[in-house]
Design a protein around this ligand. Structure first.
Ligand SMILES: *[C@@H]1O[C@H](CO)[C@@H](O)[C@H](O)[C@H]1NC(C)=O
Ligand SMILES: *[C@@H]1O[C@H](CO)[C@@H](O)[C@H](O)[C@H]1NC(C)=O
Ligand SMILES: *[C@@H]1O[C@H](CO)[C@@H](O)[C@H](O)[C@H]1NC(C)=O
Ligand SMILES: *[C@@H]1O[C@H](CO)[C@@H](O)[C@H](O)[C@H]1NC(C)=O
Length: 796
């Protein structure tokens, strides 16, 4: 693999851009800090130059709202400026950091509706992270469109390729550039103060003046060149890292390979050899002299600590590492509820975009709420509410396009590892069917013709199976979950002569939802079309009576859906529920009363062995953080193998009443919260917006393991707060434990404000001195911010 390193690149006069090139080595230099650009591999990059020159694009919002606007890449290489007509906001910008992806062609709903199909080559959409609206654009020529899409993709890739350390330096330098208002490469005291405030560090005037004076060696009243470098070094000093480095750098003040090995074995508790230490030096040491001597400098050490090998998440779990050939019901499956909704359930918009977002986040079970629509075309929306509607066939097309990959547009010059990879493992379409027989036939026709061979229409193999196939065997396949008229066995009988259209069936989950919304709704029996029924193979919806009844009557491919309250009640006798799920699938869904699309706690459901624990993916909340953390390992593929004691009938595991058994592997988890770096300001405009941060560590898992503890808050320092606070947690069932780190802004007057969080399974944590990335409410990485901790999990 190429090692990503960064050079500052000159594209044309004044434009500095961070870019990835494997031949260049990156190190902070006075030139760089003084904003003088160095040479580049990209001087002639036509796409980026095109963006820097800028040009007019037509922004499309509706049939009548199509306006030409000027767009241009700013000289920081990360901000796009564009014209706006809004009276107060004459100038608009957005950062490449906020862009999720660029989609070439008429892929968005807006472009599909309001542009002609002949304009395919001219159209593209910019998709933002979080809730910001998609920007739908039309270029004046196909070449123009190609330059924009390619240029933007290169910028996004270069941002993603920066490692944490590089992001952090980039962040500081871009803030310094912003502070240097008159662009004279010199910083006055006023500019320095502005800069400090911008990076969320409160320094009183006297201290700022002192620091300034100390660095202003030339006594010119301004900082330039080396002086800015020195100032930068004072600011970015990491006292706690110095201490660790000092303890192990025992070879004339440097860390030799064997010193590093000592550190890796004693502190990081990694069973590695000298070769591994040498590899880390080769990979992360920026100083060529040190590298030649096979030594690691302070800078190299910090780069290692912020690298993939150095962070808290076990890098071996970044890829699919679990056995993927076990029956489908042996896995937890990342699942979404009311997938079509972008916001709440009463009046929010429905959109195919919501499916794309869920699928690209690794979700492997999506829900389709289907109703009769005009012109014989079934629709998807939330019944009996004002949510907007989308065509069933458009949703199926979006699922076809996004279930197994991210973007159909070819990606240029980019490492595959830097791209967000969707899972290859099967996707389940959970149908909530309110349609007439006529439109059910249309649904079946659309699924068959649009999904083609990806759609599973009969069991794998030549004989009636007795258990589920595994995710591996079902790679790239789409499964339908819904009602079925008959037993699956008829597929293997020659004389299948089932009466068509005439069987009444109730759709249970549909009924449950309506029941909640319309008080005592009458049992709505709906007729089922054979064409639709035949598409249901491994996930036939049935009613749940009792565990005894299921044991006797329920075939493996028959599955029940449970409302959260029912599931909670059953989870109190978790041993029985765990047993039920050893050979069957269960789906849990949020109560209909959650009209704000809030979520229930999924952990209790996983503890009972439930596989499809459907959450409102569109709602940022702690429960979604837990879901994101649960499905972080195993390549984010959306499938996590259940612990062995939940897959084998011999065990009697009960998450609420722990008896002794193979699940008990008691650990003491020691966590020292050491420091945080560059926490974002919550309110960028207010002067008094410097944060007072504190850190909370939460343990989620079986009842006995639930716990949380927090540090004290530190006044007015979001830049480099330090706590050195140790907590010890007793963990009984490590295989079900999930650890969540949360950083909040202390507020004595009202509720504390969320700053960032990171959640991961206990079993994916690395011991030792580790950096932890921080994610926003919506689950996106906050560039440059982080936590630094020391972790030690010891057998009890
Ligand atoms: C908007 O920004 C551009 C470029 O930064 C500048 O030339 C122009 O004067 C600005 N217009 C307004 C109305 O602020
Ligand atoms: C935290 O520990 C580090 C390393 O021992 C030490 O350098 C630092 O002064 C301590 N900071 C606080 C606030 O206790
Ligand atoms: C269909 O075939 C099965 C055996 O393959 C037989 O038991 C059953 O009676 C047949 N049904 C009809 C309707 O012919
Ligand atoms: C917990 O499990 C034990 C052993 O199976 C049983 O004797 C006990 O009654 C259970 N306790 C509760 C509260 O269910």
């Amino acid at each position: 693999m190429l090692s990503c390193s960064v050079v500052l690149v000159e594209i044309h006069f004044h434009l500095c851009l961070w870019y990835v090139a494997d031949t260049h080595r990156y190190a902070i230099s006075p030139d760089l800090v003084g904003f003088v650009c160095v040479t580049s591999a990209l001087e002639t990059d036509a796409d980026l130059q095109y963006l820097v020159t800028g040009g007019k694009l037509t922004k499309v919002k509706s049939n009548s709202w199509k306006k030409k606007r000027f767009f241009q890449l700013q000289d920081d290489g990360e901000t796009i400026w564009h014209e706006s007509q809004k009276a107060l906001k004459r100038n608009n910008t957005f950062s490449i950091n906020d862009v999720e992806s660029v989609r070439r062609g008429r892929q968005s709903e807006v472009l599909q509706k309001f542009t002609d199909s002949s304009m395919e080559d001219l159209c593209f959409s910019i998709i933002f992270k979080g809730k910001r609206n998609t920007l739908d654009l039309v270029a004046s020529s196909p070449e123009d469109a190609k330059h924009w899409v390619t240029g933007l993709e290169k910028l996004i890739a270069s941002m993603q390729n920066l490692n944490t350390q590089q992001k952090s330096e980039h962040w500081i330098i871009s803030r310094m550039r912003r502070a240097d208002k008159n662009r004279d490469n010199v910083m006055t005291l006023k500019e320095v103060k502005h800069f400090l405030h911008d990076i969320n560090i409160e320094v009183n005037d006297m201290y700022a003046a002192k620091l300034f004076e100390a660095c202003d060696i030339s006594k010119s009243g301004a900082l330039e060149g080396e002086e800015i470098k020195h100032f930068y070094e004072l600011l970015t000093a990491r006292e706690e890292i110095e201490v660790i480095y000092g303890k192990y750098a025992l070879t004339a003040g440097q860390m030799s390979a064997s010193n590093l090995l000592d550190f890796l074995q004693k502190e990081q508790r990694e069973a590695v050899s000298l070769d591994y230490a040498l590899m880390l030096i080769e990979k992360y040491e920026p100083d060529s002299a040190a590298k030649q001597k096979k030594q690691m400098s302070r800078d190299g050490f910090l780069r290692y600590l912020t690298s993939a090998e150095g962070t808290v998440f076990n890098p071996a779990h970044k890829e699919v590492y679990q056995d993927m050939r076990q029956p489908l019901n042996n896995y937890f499956i990342s699942s979404s509820h009311n997938t079509y909704l972008m916001e709440d359930q009463l009046k929010g918009p429905s959109s195919t975009e919501a499916y794309i977002r869920a699928l690209t986040k690794g979700c492997r079970c999506v829900e389709l709420d289907c109703w009769d629509g005009p012109n014989g075309e079934p629709l998807i929306y939330h019944g009996h509410t004002l949510t907007s509607k989308v065509l069933f066939k458009d949703v199926i097309k979006a699922i076809r396009d996004y279930a197994f990959r991210v973007s159909p547009s070819e990606v240029i010059h980019v490492h595959s590892s830097c791209l967000h990879q969707t899972s290859e493992y099967p996707v389940i379409l959970s149908l909530e069917n309110h349609c007439s027989v006529e439109q059910q036939k249309v649904m079946a026709k659309h699924m068959t013709s649009i999904l083609g061979t990806a759609l599973l229409t009969r069991p794998l193999g030549k004989k009636m199976p007795t258990t589920f196939p595994g995710p591996e065997e079902l790679k790239g396949r789409i499964l339908v979950k819904g009602k079925r008229l008959n037993k699956l066995d008829v597929v293997f009988e020659d004389n299948s002569s089932v009466d068509v259209d005439s069987v009444s069936e109730e759709d249970e989950s549909a009924e449950a939802k309506e029941g909640e919304q319309k008080a005592k709704a009458k049992k709505s029996k709906i007729k089922l079309a054979k064409e639709l029924s035949d598409l249901v193979v491994y996930c036939k919806s049935v009613h749940f009576n009792s565990f005894e009844h299921s044991k006797e009557k329920q075939a493996f491919y028959e599955m029940a859906s449970f409302k959260e309250s029912k599931a909670k009640q059953l989870a109190e006798h978790s041993a029985e529920f765990v047993h039920h799920n050893i050979d069957k699938l269960s789906r849990i869904y949020p109560a209909g009363s959650r009209t704000d699309s809030s979520n229930y706690n999924p952990v209790q459901m996983w503890n009972s062995g439930c596989q499809i624990v459907a959450l409102n993916f569109q709602t940022p909340c702690k429960q979604m953080d837990l879901n994101q953390g649960r499905f972080l390992p195993n390549g984010k593929c959306g499938y996590i193998l259940k612990p062995h004691f939940m897959r084998i009938p011999d065990f009697n595991f009960d998450a609420c009443n722990l008896t002794s058994g193979r699940w008990l592997r008691k650990k003491n988890l020691h966590i020292m919260v050491i420091s945080a770096q560059q926490l974002p300001k919550l309110n960028k405009d207010k002067v008094s917006s410097i944060v007072d941060p504190f850190v909370r560590v939460e343990i989620h898992g079986v009842t006995a393991d639930k716990s949380s503890a927090q540090t004290a808050h530190i006044n007015n320092n979001g830049f480099n707060p330090m706590w050195n606070k140790t907590f010890v947690f007793a963990i009984n069932v490590p295989e079900l434990a999930i650890v969540r780190f949360v950083v909040e802004d202390y507020d004595p007057a009202s509720a504390n404000d969320f700053i960032g969080q990171y959640t991961l399974p206990f079993t994916s944590i690395q011991n030792g001195y580790r950096h932890i990335p921080l994610l926003t409410k919506c689950g996106n990485v906050i560039p440059s911010a982080g936590l630094f901790v020391h972790i030690m999990a010891l057998d009890d």
